[in-house]
Design a protein. Structure first.
Length: 406
């Protein structure tokens, strides 16, 4: 059997550098001592990144059976990433507890493994989950069939007793398939930048789908209070959505960038907090300038808009839609802008929140220490009731727009 290795590009921007000479291997003799269950006869491997996930594909000339990669018998296919100035990391797929698993240095890596056909395995995972760094990597693939070492030892013994040293080396071959046979491919782990989000569905919403997910939203920032809100959200371990006034964004650009890094969602609350309920061209300008301010500071284009004062109308909704934004109202309103007292904010939010809820509060536009103090009671209580806090885009199932950069 002749084993031809082909590098396949998954992505126009990235693929293994195809290296036909290094990646061709002769398989004839070794396969006569294939272990029980068949050989892991890899014919190609590919590596690509079109989204946050790296995708690695392994193709074999034969079925890749669970038995062949049984972790308990040492079966695995590993891609080894050799990145500058650090020790190589391997990311392996193996079969354990009745399912395919991705493992790196003994730790489970969150991701998915699919088998679109018997002879093919596809792995998807975020590079950071396997502690891979952004940048170039030398990569090669090492595949070991389950039980192979044992079989090899037996075979080698027989061969050695026959004093055929040359054959022993050949017999060792089927245990480990390496792609390429010599050297490595060059690949790149890309940095993923979130450039925006994509709306779909209703033009205006005031709550998400029912279920146990809810969203915290903060209007009228960024302000002098916003850093304290971010610290509190970090402490509580929940994301939020910030509807920002465009004209306050540029003076707080680094703060707004840190929101994005922390996993919060950035959203448009107009340029200057104008009453836009009447719609018209001035409303379009407020929408456009509000989004542009966020984009200038962060590279992120919002897909959510909240009308100042909740003042809205059909024309405004359609103008926001035309700029790629859903208008978002709320289902929970503690009237925190009136500073009714921390206890009142807490009790109103707890009383009004149900599944799919959108909770309105403010991190700007006035003194916000009551709102800030209320978070420490609201979040743990709602978590205990089984709610999960998500960003508004997650609540509405809007996908992110991303860009891969070097
Ligand atoms: Zn407002």
């Amino acid at each position: 059997m002749r084993t031809q290795v082909a590098a396949v590009c998954l992505s126009l921007s990235l693929c293994f550098a195809a290296s036909a000479s290094a990646a061709t291997t002769q398989g004839g003799a070794p396969h006569s001592v294939t272990p029980e269950g068949g050989a892991l006869d890899l014919i190609s491997s590919s590596f690509g990144q079109r989204s946050r996930d790296l995708e690695i594909v392994y193709r074999s000339s034969e079925a890749i059976t669970p038995q062949l990669l049984a972790a308990v018998n040492g079966g695995q296919i590993c891609t080894v990433f050799d990145q500058a100035a650090r020790s190589a990391r391997s990311v392996c797929v193996t079969r354990s507890n009745g399912r395919w698993q991705i493992v790196s240095r003994g730790d489970r890596v969150e991701g998915s493994v699919s088998q679109p056909r018997a002879s093919e395995l596809r792995l998807r995972f975020e590079p950071a989950a396997a502690k891979l760094r952004v940048g170039l990597a030398d990569v090669y693939v090492n595949a070991t069939a389950a039980g192979c070492a044992e079989q090899q030892a037996k075979s080698a013994k027989i061969t050695w007793s026959g004093a055929k040293l040359g054959s022993a080396a050949v017999l060792a071959a089927p245990c480990e398939h390496r792609l390429p046979r010599v050297g490595s491919y060059q690949a790149r782990v890309w940095d993923v930048i979130t450039t925006g989000c994509r709306r779909h569905g209703a033009g205006q919403v005031s709550r998400g789908p029912s279920g146990k997910r809810i969203a915290l939203t903060y209007d009228d920032g960024p302000s002098a209070y916003t850093p304290a809100f971010l610290r509190e959200l970090r402490r509580l371990g929940v994301p939020a959505t910030f509807f920002m006034i465009g004209q306050h964004v540029s003076a707080n650009a680094s703060l707004v960038r840190s929101m994005l890094r922390d996993g919060h969602m950035l959203a448009n609350h107009s340029w200057s907090h104008a009453n836009m309920g009447g719609g018209g061209p001035s409303a379009s300008a407020q929408l456009r300038d509000g989004s542009a301010a966020i984009r200038r500071a962060t590279g992120f284009t919002p897909c959510l808009f909240r009308p100042p004062y909740g003042s809205t109308g059909a024309d405004l909704v359609s103008r926001a839609n035309a700029q790629g934004m859903t208008s978002v109202l709320w289902s929970v309103d503690p009237l925190d802008w009136r500073t009714p007292g921390t206890g009142s904010i807490v009790s109103t939010v707890l009383a009004q929140t149900s599944g799919g809820g959108i909770i309105l509060s403010h991190d700007g536009g006035g003194p916000r220490s009551q709102t800030l103090a209320a978070m420490g009671q609201i979040v743990p209580t709602l978590k205990r009731r089984g709610y999960k806090f998500v960003t508004l885009t997650d609540l509405l199932n809007y996908p992110a727009r991303i860009k891969l950069v070097k």
